[in-house]
Design a protein. Structure first.
Length: 204
């Protein structure tokens, strides 16, 4: 079995997992020299030149992510696609080059299975993290909406109280919280308790 045929068992998830934390070395080994490894600096693009059109993401070492705004045609991608940007390689050529650079073309069945399991675990962790962020965003939106509702109802009661005071010259009129206001306060309280409860379960 040739190295190329054997590597057909290794896909992007497995090779990407193996490449995490090594993208600068991988790119350098494949002829791509970065002017800077700081995500805060804009530099010439190692593929299409320019002066300050290129920058890397803060996660570059783990993901290889980059951005090039060359000629107003914004391009970005991961460590594999930078090889396509620089050399015009197809995705399969990018995958093969990185796999060879990492010495994975001769990986044993056990090594391939280990990478596969690790890639699956990372994908599951990323999905779980995305779901947590979506859920947090939903809760934040609900809290903001409940706060706005309560504020509007309080302002309405204050308006009614001012109007009542203007029509009564004998004494100051106090209007007790309205039913809708109490309901809005209760809803807000329940949403806050929900957040505390979820944080407690996540800490366990």
């Amino acid at each position: 079995m040739t190295a190329r045929a054997k590597n057909q068992y290794l896909g992007f998830p497995e090779v990407r997992t193996a490449a995490a934390g090594q993208w600068e070395q991988i790119h350098r080994s494949l002829g791509i020299q970065l002017a800077s490894t700081s995500h805060l600096k804009h530099t010439p693009c190692p593929a299409c030149g320019g002066r300050d059109r290129f920058r890397i993401d803060a996660t570059y070492q783990n993901t290889g992510r980059w951005i090039c705004s060359g000629g107003g045609d914004l391009q970005s991608g991961d460590g594999f696609s930078l090889l396509g940007h620089a050399y015009g390689w197809t995705p399969s050529e990018q995958l093969q080059a990185v796999a060879e650079c990492l010495g994975l073309t001769n990986a044993s069945d056990r090594e391939r299975e280990t990478l596969r399991r690790k890639a699956e675990a990372q994908a599951a962790a990323m999905l779980a993290d995305a779901r947590r962020k979506d859920e947090q965003a939903r809760r934040d939106a609900n809290i903001l909406s409940a706060l706005q509702d309560l504020e509007d109802l309080i302002k309405h009661r204050q308006y009614l109280q001012r109007q009542a005071h203007l029509t009564s010259s004998l004494h100051r009129v106090t209007i007790n919280p309205l039913e809708d206001e109490l309901s809005a306060a209760y809803t807000l309280n329940m949403l806050i308790l929900e957040i505390y409860a979820s944080q407690g379960s996540n800490d366990q």
